[in-house]
Design a binder for this molecule. Structure first.
Ligand SMILES: NC(=O)c1ccc[n+]([C@@H]2O[C@H](COP(=O)([O-])OP(=O)(O)OC[C@H]3O[C@@H](n4cnc5c(N)ncnc54)[C@H](O)[C@@H]3O)[C@@H](O)[C@H]2O)c1
Length: 366
């Protein structure tokens, strides 16, 4: 068992975005360690989806479909659940969709976060919240530089800017708590490109690869040379759960922003990812269709703070991440009813890895 898990056993945790990819994995992990998980999301929007495939709803003590853009709806869920802790993942998370739907993206990502934090600060039993933003919150100079938490926020596309706005709102809530007489801790987590089984979102490399491989179709990509900090979803959940546990311990230093990035060697190009995934699954015909929409070409995170202050480090390398991820999708396409067992087995494998002493982080990390 990870050292943080005991702190979360029995905790009543509201997970927003539990019907999504990351929220599904986080909810199942939390339920597995004996937390009382309550979900708040919109219904899953893809078919298939992890929520149904892995039985996420059944693992939750309650599950509500409500819109975080609606302050009263969010408050009603808080009034019913009365959580000890909040893991806020719900968002419009897609860059290309944000160009099509900028208003909806700001409404969900900025005002949705404000609605969640405002409901949280009105309930005295809430010990704290962990709000998930993204590595894209930094004003990206597109140079060989790994961003650290103090770097300037920015955002070219509406998604990135909406998450940078959310970071400013989070910081403001953190600073305003004493003025409201509220004792609560608020962390924000900035992770990289999250991959793992059960994601079927549009315009993401691994889901696009899985769909194309399952149908034996060509894979269309936009930026073969783009470098991303690829990470398994469990490495991120590990960071998020560590922050929640630190909140339950009353560690005030946790009320801050945190980067969770992979080792530098695991920040590779899209092209390289395709080569490595093909080794595990199948070689696909790839078509490069450049997009007129701007997307960052180079993005890396400096996670030294999380590594030293939280003793967090990704327990799976990119090679392990790709083996587990392709294994998940292959298992699913062979037998969709196996998805829950595969997901729980991967969570157990990851938990086993972090329960064992980790090798030292080394010097070269992003
Ligand atoms: N996947 C990545 O690579 C990545 C990287 C960095 C940060 N993130 C962040 O992690 C979080 C989870 O991302 P994901 O990839 O699991 O996304 P996802 O699309 O799989 O899940 C999004 C979740 O948010 C919910 N949601 C969206 N709009 C909502 C609304 N208006 N009201 C209530 N619920 C709403 C959805 O129902 C779903 O449960 C997001 O905040 C995202 O920005 C993701």
């Amino acid at each position: 068992m990870g050292s943080f898990e005991g702190d979360l056993r029995g905790a009543r945790i509201l997970v927003t975005g539990h019907s999504g990819f990351t929220g599904g994995w986080a909810s199942l992990w939390l339920a597995q360690i004996g937390a009382e998980v309550h979900g708040l999301s919109l219904p899953p929007e893809t078919t298939p989806n992890l929520f149904e495939a892995a039985g996420v709803e059944a693992a939750c003590a309650s599950s509500a479909f409500a819109d975080i853009r609606d302050a009263e709806a969010v408050q009603a869920v808080f009034d019913r659940v009365r959580p000890d802790l909040v893991l806020h993942l719900a968002a419009q998370p897609l860059v290309r969709r944000s160009y099509r739907l900028p208003i909806e993206t700001y409404a969900a990502n900025l005002m949705g976060t404000v609605h969640v934090l405002d409901a949280a600060r009105r309930q005295e039993q809430v010990k704290g919240a962990v709000c998930i933003t993204t590595d894209k919150v930094y004003a990206n100079r597109e140079t060989d530089y790994a961003y650290h938490e103090g770097d300037r926020l920015g955002g070219h596309d509406p998604y990135s800017a909406s998450k940078a706005c959310a970071e400013i709102a989070i910081e403001s809530y953190r600073s305003s708590l004493p003025s409201w007489g509220v004792d609560m801790l608020i962390a924000s987590a900035r992770g990289g490109n999250i991959i793992g089984g059960g994601d079927w979102s549009e315009d993401r490399l691994v889901p696009d690869f899985a769909r194309a491989a399952a149908r034996n179709e060509a894979l269309v990509i936009r930026n073969p040379k783009a470098v991303r900090p690829w990470q398994h979803v469990l490495c991120l959940c590990h960071g998020y759960l560590t922050l929640l546990a630190e909140i339950t311990r009353g560690n005030r230093a946790v009320s801050d922003a945190w980067n969770f990035g992979p080792d530098r060697a695991d920040c590779v190009t899209v092209e390289e990812m395709l080569k490595r995934m093909a080794q595990h699954w199948s070689s696909l015909k790839v078509e490069v269709v450049p997009s007129i929409q701007h997307e960052a070409k180079l993005l890396m995170l400096d996670s030294a703070k999380a590594r030293s202050a939280l003793a967090w480090q990704p327990a799976w390398t990119l090679a392990e991440t790709l083996a587990e991820t392709t294994g998940w999708y292959r298992g699913y396409y062979e037998d969709p009813s196996a998805a829950r067992a595969i997901t729980l087995r991967q969570i157990d494998t990851y938990r086993g890895r972090i329960a064992a002493p980790l090798p030292s982080a080394g010097t070269a990390h992003a």
